[in-house]
Design a protein around this ligand. Structure first.
Ligand code: ZN
Length: 610
């Protein structure tokens, strides 16, 4: 991703401001708005809007007005205020993290000002900064700002209930959370004037918690009244069991016990809830779903959440071995049972005693193995190959298949009685395209893992269009495909380079075929034609006429020729290279027609081949 021209600040010092006239608005030093707007992704097909990795909503303001009224009516002013303040605080923390991530190369002051952009983009309030005195070394913060058009004032003014207090609770929470995240130290924001009280606007002061005389009055609204986690703790969401643990920091989330199934989508939570229900029982579980959806991970979750968690988890892919070997692998073999059986060996059933046996691709089992498996499931008894001694195994079976077992039964390839036995508790694991909400989480997790695996020191950055491509791709190979694509991308990337489209899709046929929607400079939603074919290797940001042409800057830097003709030729050739040899794209970059580009190439004896 390339950054457009850096916004300059008229006030000089980036992160420490000096005394300023309180009433005179400060000049904004926000980063280019595009850095944020290009992170919006409207996925109409899936009904999702994304702001970077957060799914966002467009809600009617009246929705918020009614919610606020209902909350006050149901909980009383104090509790409603606490709840709304905390919700604002969590949102501010999340946006603070986003601002730190998107503007990692900017000054603290610019990052803070980007919060006003976020607020305005979300339609909640317009911020005018008045005072900015921040010295992190001296642990000092004194900021003042005005709010205009606060959604909460709008809500308050729509109710007949008069108020004697400032009412912008969500904004106070949001600003406190945002600044706390940016400064890494607790900031409390107070509203000293409020439009809902008849003032011309809302006036706010932000200080570090220790700089207020009595912050407890403010802090009490940031702490829940019950034992629920405080917003500051950024506790994981708890919907659908604790399988997802979505908001935990990545290392803890992955834990020491290897990979875990990750997700927070409705489809994921539906699976998580079923697993939560069945894990504690001894019931046989059948995991259904396409290849690559992570059935093995879910099988491990069932084991991990069962009373057998301390026992072994033994896995076998039934399709990986020929039937003759499969039986000895499953049930063990006695020495001399067949030529080559030089030693006695326990099978997977024996080794899984007290634990869980996971049989993947169970639809590929042959009839003999099916019969033996049925017997174990019915009686717990089996024999090693070549042995008359009956063994007993206390084993919990989890099976998986990407085939339609019912059809295999109808076609005579699978025993009906075994089907009934293992189909006791089927769980359909959805394909990745049906749980797109989980993509941001999965992408972040995989990138963190590959960053460590390949010794990358820089944080992983993804260009907006690459991110959109990841979100809109159909992922026929599911999580495994995503995993492979990201691993390959990390290998292809230089350390510190942003992940871009050409790292993701090496085959032009793989490029996403549909453009997305973007917010343009005029604030309108427009279609992009990015990601169409190999020309998407173009690195100049999104769409046409977006950023200053960095390719042109590069061409100028590389240009060793003097004079206009040499420069012109260098510009055209660089544009052609950047466009992957696509004449149409090259022409658009240069503001020429295709014929004009073609004419020049012919004149110079150049070809359009990249
Ligand atoms: Zn207000």
């Amino acid at each position: 991703m390339t950054n457009p021209a850096t916004a300059t600040t008229s006030t000089g010092e980036p992160s420490r401001m000096h005394d300023t006239e309180v009433s005179a608005p400060l000049a904004f030093s926000s980063p280019d708005l595009r850095t944020l707007t290009e992170r919006f992704h409207f996925d109409l097909k899936e009904g999702c809007i994304w702001l970077d990795s957060q799914r966002v909503l467009i809600l009617q303001a009246e929705w918020f007005v009614e919610l606020r009224h209902e909350l006050i009516a149901a909980l009383g002013v104090e509790k409603a205020r606490g709840l709304i303040t905390r919700l604002g605080y969590s949102a501010g923390c999340r946006d603070g993290q986003l601002a730190l991530k998107l503007h990692a190369d900017r000054t603290l002051r610019e990052i803070v000002d980007s919060g006003t952009q976020l607020h305005a983009l979300q339609g909640t309030v317009a911020v005018t900064p008045l005072v900015y005195e921040v010295d992190l070394d001296a642990h000092h913060c004194h900021m003042e700002f005005n709010w205009k058009n606060s959604i909460e004032d709008h809500a308050q003014l729509r109710t007949p209930r008069p108020t004697h207090e400032a009412t912008c609770w969500m904004e106070i929470g949001y600003a406190s959370g945002f600044l706390t995240t940016c400064f890494g130290s607790s900031v409390i924001v107070r509203e000293t004037e409020c439009a809902a009280l008849g003032h011309s606007g809302c006036r706010c002061i932000a200080k570090f918690e220790h700089e207020w005389d009595d912050p407890s009055e403010d802090v009490k609204y940031l702490q829940a009244w019950s034992a629920t986690p405080t917003p500051a703790a950024q506790a994981p969401e708890t919907n659908g069991g604790d399988l997802q643990a979505a908001d935990e920091p990545a290392p803890e989330r992955r834990g020491g016990a290897g990979l875990q199934a990750l997700g927070r989508s409705a489809a994921f939570n539906s699976v998580a809830q079923k697993i939560e229900r069945v894990a504690g029982t001894n019931a046989t579980v059948l995991l259904l779903g396409e290849s690559g959806v992570g059935k093995s991970l879910f099988a491990r979750e069932i084991h991990r959440r069962s009373a057998r968690a301390d026992g072994p988890f033994i896995e076998l892919n039934c399709a990986s071995l020929p039937e003759s070997l499969l039986e000895s692998e499953l049930f063990g073999v006695e020495r001399g049972a067949y030529t080559g059986a030089n030693a006695s060996r326990a099978g997977r059933f024996e080794r899984a005693a007290g634990g869980t046996l996971f049989l993947d691709e169970i639809g590929t089992l042959g009839f003999t193995a099916q019969g033996k498996l049925l017997r174990v499931l019915q009686t717990g008894e089996f024999e090693r190959l070549g042995s008359g001694k009956t063994l007993h195994g206390d084993v919990r079976l989890v099976a998986a298949t990407n085939e339609n077992l019912r059809r295999l039964v109808d076609d005579g390839h699978f025993r009906l009685d075994l089907f009934y036995r293992i189909n006791l508790f089927p769980i359909e694991v959805p394909p990745l395209r049906d749980r797109r909400d989980d993509l941001p989480l999965l992408i972040e997790d995989f990138l963190a893992r590959y960053r460590a695996r390949y010794g990358r020191t820089h944080p992983m950055q993804i260009s907006p269009r690459a991110y959109r491509a990841l979100l809109s791709h159909d992922w026929p190979g599911n999580v495994r495909e995503l995993e492979n694509v990201l691993e390959r991308a990390v290998i292809l990337m230089n350390d510190g380079e942003a992940l871009d489209l050409h790292h993701l899709f090496t085959d032009p046929a793989e490029f996403p075929s549909e453009g997305g929607l973007l917010v343009n400079d005029a604030g309108q939603l427009v279609e992009t034609d990015e990601g169409r074919g190999p020309a998407a290797g173009d690195r100049d940001g999104v769409g046409e006429g977006t950023s200053p042409a960095n390719w042109a800057q590069r061409a100028l830097q590389e240009c060793d020729a003097s004079g206009l003709p040499g420069l012109e030729r260098r510009l055209v050739m660089t544009a052609l290279r950047e466009a992957g040899g696509d004449l149409q794209k090259t022409a658009r970059k240069l503001g020429l027609t295709r014929a004009q580009v073609d004419y020049r190439l012919k004149k110079w004896g150049e070809t359009a081949a990249p």
